[in-house]
Write a protein that binds this ligand. Sequence first.
Ligand code: CA
Length: 248
Amino acid sequence: MDAVTEPLSPDAGPRRRALVVEDEDPIRDLVMFHLGLGGFDCTGLGDGRQALARLQAEPFDLLVLDISLPGLDGLSLCRAVRRDGPNMTIPIIMLTARSEESDKVLGLEGGADDYLTKPFGVREFMARTTAIMRRREGWRPGPQPSARRLISVAGITIDPARRKVQCDGRDVSLTPQEFSLLYLLASNPGIVFTREELLEKVWDQEVFVTERGVDTLVKRLRRKVEIDPAHPRRVLTERGTGYKFGEE
Ligand code: CA
């Protein structure tokens, strides 16, 4: 599947909207940051009652819900959302503290699609989100086509609408996968992507590619976009982890 020219979603409209309800600021910020990278516009709230009012007033595409909240607890909120209003069928991921693990059964019975126990890894969270959204609507991570913007960074200009790449002033011809990889890295300079994440984002559901396939693609890409591929300054290796785009 050509991940660049194919629409990323059957509905190539605006970005998906997520509501993140969590009263612990660091966790809420982390979740919102990564959902943002995954193509969501996020609203964050720390109070259950405020969240219910919001959820009864307007539709969202994803709800991330902490169980223990001031105002109204997450389980009651979940049941109320499922009962009526514009978000009756919204995908819901519940967050639980380890001490509340027995609540997870209640959470799932109350209508949550999945749950994560805190502390959880960001990768685990995004993997669960992607799985749920895929099940619901064939959603794929990454910016929606309408949100794809022209990027100019470190001597490279990428125009996703025209699928054109210029490198130090010259046109460079890339395969769809090389383009997809470069666009992902260059739109997030300095952010490290693991091979596993790159496999998921660049190859999507082609299951026969190994992590070594990522290294091979990076090598090919470097030959096209680096002045000296042996000493890359744009597509950088993060030893033992993955790859990132040079911030300079
Ligand atoms: Ca809480």
